[in-house]
Design a protein around this ligand. Structure first.
Ligand SMILES: CC/C=C\C=C\CC(=O)SCCNC(=O)CCNC(=O)[C@H](O)C(C)(C)COP(=O)(O)OP(=O)(O)OC[C@H]1O[C@@H](n2cnc3c(N)ncnc32)[C@H](O)[C@@H]1OP(=O)(O)O
Length: 732
């Protein structure tokens, strides 16, 4: 849909109409084609303005159409006809011009945008500082194939275009003006300004305005520029094909005439359009948005639960996590009371937090109100806050005490949140006078950087408490995912299974290098052992000791059995040798010094594994990468199905968002649950069963009930799983 009318006597105004972002659906494209034809054929019309309704120019191609049979006029000739028009066409850009939206604007002869505006989305009005422009196709596994890879480098130069196209980043109108994407920026009504501008350029020659006729500005060393760009994209997203194709397409712009460049762009797009990676990334685009529409088994929902206002918050405990949370809250514009009872730790925090804020402000180009944080050694300082985030040491007795005190000190309606990675939120709630106001907020380190936040609702958490924590997470720039209360919640519970399998694989003959290589080639930034060295082996050891698992005095067969299940004490044994990972310079790998970052293979470790296997009569066998991936990933996925079955996560999108944002799961593989769908649920079941038969004593290799039920239901696609999950047993 596009509305056409003549304004100011001689300007044909075309308004894209497809709420909420005026995506270029088949009918919008048809509307544009028809309107342009009308404008060009109308003698009275001397110039044309294209804009979008409700303050949004265009969010690009309609992503929902990608999986379907394409219909309607294609984008490339549509944009070509606009550029070839003999009347000036001006793009009036409000809100966003992204993907095909920006490509449409690049086909126009002039581009005008706003630096301050009111933007409407779904009838909700929000203030937006400036319009945002970009070619984010790469984030959807695609490239800008409506001439974007050919026109942008011709307009703003190869290096700047390479940066925008390979990262997909959005730029503000101010930056776009600086780059040369825009001709003019206004603080007034963009469409009015564009119409006036269109009147002013009526009859002027358009020879120098058609970007396809430009040549790219010459560069001295194209080869090294593109080599460098290729290295950069390959290391940023290992195995992702779209960024590589983007570099190749821009190279075509730099080296070929426009028409041939367009052919190359088309060719490259054809390799991406139906790829599994494009499917995964497009699924993930919608999954991210789906997690915001949270619900709990008790019936609380995102659209019926009213969040409470939070202006002043407190953080208790200023260790690494507490400091990060303090920074994240201050960056979100809240007034923060930061409490630490240990004088030395408090003193260190008062220096560390401001410098973290400063670094963040420099990175983000923002300003921070330095007085927004007050520090105290006294818990009484939290008496008037709206919300508390407890971030003391992960020890139930200590947390119990803090919650008992908070319950007395705080206002009766203060929300009490615990930053725990695995402890029982219901138990902590039971220590307070208002258990309905208690929720978990599981941050990931570093808390002011990592995007993920698990919001853990307990048995008695009120809908308002969950809604408030979810909204606060969003305000802090996090992807908040609502999960139920169980040991490790969703993310760490699944991770535990993955780690265990990695240990079992070492017992059976694998090495940390082999396991890590397989996982890194799959796309993880780090394999499980390198990651474990980075985060510190002692963290898990402490938990296992508290759980009565890390007992290395056991000998014989009982050394490898705990609570009736097979158990690998390898991690515990390493810790007993003082090998805590990078911090001690030794772990699963060796480092040149404590705190060193470069992991090197360690002969001591291989020797240790040989001796361990010999001691327990384990005959090492050859393990290939496929087995590593299947054992580690399928068991993690299997636990994901168990979590869905129990209602700990509402849908597969929640688990996928947790894994991509919190655990480095490669985004171009969509998340673990999407990956299972891609591989085929039947295959996941078949492989798990096979491994279970081969290793009957290894726990968690038996396919979960839900996974089996889905297969029995004909393995429906991921967006239909919720129908099968409906009959699950609720946790609440
Ligand atoms: C042969 C040629 C073939 C292909 C050519 C492809 C070129 C392209 O244009 S690919 C698409 C490129 N565009 C994008 O990647 C933009 C994606 N959208 C966004 O980044 C944001 O939505 C936004 C436009 C910046 C607006 O953000 P915000 O205000 O925060 O709203 P959201 O919650 O993100 O979105 C609201 C609502 O709209 C849906 N939506 C957004 N963009 C699209 C789109 N391009 N197609 C279809 N639907 C879109 C989004 O999913 C939300 O709906 P939900 O129901 O909540 O999911």
């Amino acid at each position: 849909m596009a509305q056409y009318r003549r304004v100011s006597g001689s300007v044909g105004l075309i308004t894209l109409q497809n709420p909420p972002v005026n995506a270029l659906s088949a009918s919008v494209r048809q509307g544009i084609v028809d309107s342009v034809k009308r404008a060009l054929g109308d003698q009275k019309v001397k110039s044309v303005v294209i804009c979008g309704q409700n303050g949004v120019f265009c969010g690009g191609a309609d992503i929902r159409e990608f999986g379907r049979q394409m219909s309607g006029p294609p984008l490339v000739p549509m944009i070509h006809d606009i550029e070839a028009a003999n009347k000036p066409v001006v793009a009036a850009i409000e809100g966003s011009a992204l993907g095909g939206g920006l490509e449409l604007a690049l086909g126009c002869h002039y581009r005008i945008s706003h630096s301050k505006a009111v933007v409407y989305h779904c009838f909700i009005m929000t203030m937006s500082d400036q319009a945002k422009l970009g070619l984010p196709e790469v984030t959807l596994g695609l490239l800008p194939a409506a001439g974007g890879t050919q026109r942008l480098p011709r307009l703003i130069g190869v290096p700047a275009a390479l940066n925008l196209i390979t990262t997909g980043r959005h730029v503000t109108a101010a930056e776009a003006l600086q780059l040369g994407i825009l001709d003019h920026v206004t603080e007034h009504n963009t469409v009015d300004v564009a119409v006036k501008f269109a009147l002013s350029v009526t009859g002027e020659s358009l020879d120098g305005r058609r970007i396809s006729s430009f040549s790219c500005a010459p560069l001295s060393d194209l080869d090294s520029l593109f080599e460098e760009a290729m290295l950069k994209v390959r290391s940023a997203a290992r195995g992702a094909i779209a960024p590589v194709a983007c570099v190749q397409a821009v190279r075509a712009a730099a080296t070929l005439p426009y028409a041939q460049g367009m052919e190359r762009e088309k060719e490259l797009m054809a390799t991406l359009f139906h790829s599994g990676q494009a499917r995964a990334l497009q699924y993930f685009f919608f999954a991210q948005r789906a997690v915001g529409r949270w619900s709990t088994p008790s019936g609380a929902r995102w659209d019926t639960s009213q969040p409470r206002p939070v202006r002043k918050a407190a953080v208790i405990g200023l260790g690494t996590m507490g400091r990060g949370i303090t920074v994240a809250l201050a960056q979100a514009g809240l007034s923060v009371v930061a409490v630490e009872t240990h004088a030395k730790q408090l003193m260190e925090a008062t220096k560390a937090v401001p410098s973290m804020l400063k670094r963040g402000a420099v990175r983000g180009g923002t300003t921070i109100e330095p007085d927004s944080i007050t520090y105290s050694q006294n818990l009484q300082a939290v008496a008037d806050v709206d919300l508390v985030i407890e971030a003391v040491f992960e020890d139930m007795a200590l947390k119990e005490k803090v919650f008992q005190q908070l319950s007395i000190i705080c206002k009766p309606d203060t929300l009490l949140c615990t930053n725990t990675s695995s402890l029982d939120v219901d138990h902590l709630a039971s220590q307070t006078r208002h258990p309905e106001l208690v929720v978990g907020m599981h941050f990931f380190a570093p808390a002011h950087v990592m995007k993920l936040l698990e919001v853990v609702y307990g048995r008695r958490s009120s809908p308002a408490a969950v809604a408030t924590a979810m909204q606060l997470g969003k305000k802090m720039g996090k992807v908040s995912v609502a999960v139920g209360n169980c040991r490790g919640f969703a993310g760490n519970r699944m991770l535990k299974r993955y780690l265990e399998q990695a240990f079992f694989l070492l017992e059976e003959g694998a090495t940390p290098e082999l396991v890590d290589r397989a996982l890194e080639e799959f796309g993880f930034p780090m394999g499980v052992f390198r990651m474990s060295d980075l985060s510190g082996l002692d963290v898990g050891w402490r938990v296992r000791k508290a759980d009565g698992l890390a007992d290395t005095s056991l000998t014989g067969t009982s050394a490898r059995v705990r609570q009736g299940c097979r158990y690998s004490p390898l991690g515990d044994l390493l810790c007993e040798h003082g090998r805590f990972g990078q911090k001690t310079g030794r772990g699963w790998y060796q480092y040149d010094k404590p705190g060193g970052r470069v992991a090197k293979s360690d002969p001591w470790l291989h020797n240790f594994l040989d001796e361990y296997r010999a001691r327990h009569g384990l005959v090492p066998r050859c393990i290939d990468q496929q087995e590593v991936l299947e054992r580690c990933l399928f068991v993690l996925i299997n636990e994901g199905f168990q979590i869905l079955e129990e209602g700990i996560a509402a849908g597969p999108e929640d688990i996928d968002a947790i894994y991509v944002f919190g655990y480095g799961w490669p985004r171009h593989r969509g998340g673990p649950m999407f990956y299972a769908d891609m591989v085929g649920l039947e295959r996941v079941v078949e492989r798990l069963e096979r491994y279970h038969q081969a290793h009957p004593d290894v726990p968690y290799l038996q396919p979960s009930g839900l996974l089996r039920r889905l297969v029995a239901n004909g393995s429906p696609p991921i967006h239909k799983w919720r129908n099968v999950i409906k009959n699950r047993n609720s946790q609440l």
